[in-house]
Design a binder for this molecule. Structure first.
Ligand SMILES: [Zn+2]
Length: 268
């Protein structure tokens, strides 16, 4: 079992107060089940992937008073080109950046699993940990990376997506999958749908026109990764690339900016 940290912004924090210092209640160990199920669980390989993939959607859900929890699998301690930065310092910086972004988006809780960057494997322990978290928060929707991108895809993204989909179905759903979790009181849980970002086969798009600026602001929290969104990316200035990309995702849909996903519905 990995140890992990749980951060819960206090009530009232979130989109309305994006400029106040981020105060959190941090705790080590397993999170208790919240009294009400959360609407969505966003599971990212690294700090910043949730913002690239789904920040506009997360901000929209928060504005609709839907509870969102983040699960961040690795600490991102290899994500730099700065030769002077030590991995543990980078991990600490990225945790702070992730918390700032989460708070800006109105995310209620952030769980850091603390695996090392580039270390994820499809193991029984990792799968069971994700099942534990799904049964704890009981989300209607799980959002994560599409594992089925071909050729050029970060190994942590491919493995996260694979293990999340397995954890949802059938392991979180079936009570005989982990009798010890049931004994602890963690009931089986059926997720209604998964939304997969960065898909080569997008078939579902969420209108983020009203939250696109918040998405950009949340991405700017990840300074160690994106600077001020003015760095070059795919031959563009990054902010321009994001605007073009999310406008393209929304083309012919009747709104300006969208976040596109491959959607999986669990019907039984
Ligand atoms: Zn990543």
């Amino acid at each position: 079992m990995r140890s992990y940290k749980l951060y819960s912004p206090s009530p009232g924090e979130g989109l309305e107060t994006p400029n106040e210092p981020f105060t959190v209640a941090a705790s080590e160990g397993l999170p208790p089940s919240p009294p009400e199920p959360f609407y969505a669980m966003v599971i990212s390989p690294h700090p910043d992937d949730s913002e690239f993939g789904a920040a506009g959607t997360v901000a929209k859900w928060s504005r609709e008073a839907r509870q969102v929890v983040y699960v961040v699998c690795t600490n991102g301690d290899k994500g730099t080109r700065d030769l002077t930065l030590e991995p543990h310092d980078l991990a600490r910086i990225r945790e702070e950046e992730q918390l700032q972004a989460a708070r800006m988006l109105g995310v209620r809780e952030v769980v850091f699993l603390g695996y090392a960057d580039q270390s994820l494997e499809d193991t029984p322990d990792f799968r069971k940990l994700l099942v534990r978290l799904i049964r704890t928060y009981r989300p209607t929707v799980v959002v994560t990376a599409d594992p089925y991108r071909r050729y050029l895809w970060h190994r942590d993204h491919r493995i996260t997506g694979t293990v999340v989909l397995d954890a949802i179905f059938p392991f979180a759903r079936d009570h005989l999958a982990y009798p010890d979790l049931l004994e602890e009181g963690l009931q089986p849980h059926k997720v209604d749908e998964a939304l997969l970002w960065a898909s080569e086969d997008p078939d579902f798009c969420i209108d983020i026109t009203k939250t696109f600026e918040v998405k950009l602001a949340a991405l700017r929290c990840h300074k160690s990764q994106v600077g001020n969104l003015d760095t070059e990316f795919h031959g563009y200035q990054m902010q321009q690339w994001l605007e073009d990309r999310h406008r393209q995702m929304a083309s012919n849909k009747g709104f300006e900016f969208g976040e596109a996903f491959h959607r999986v519905e669990y019907l039984w």
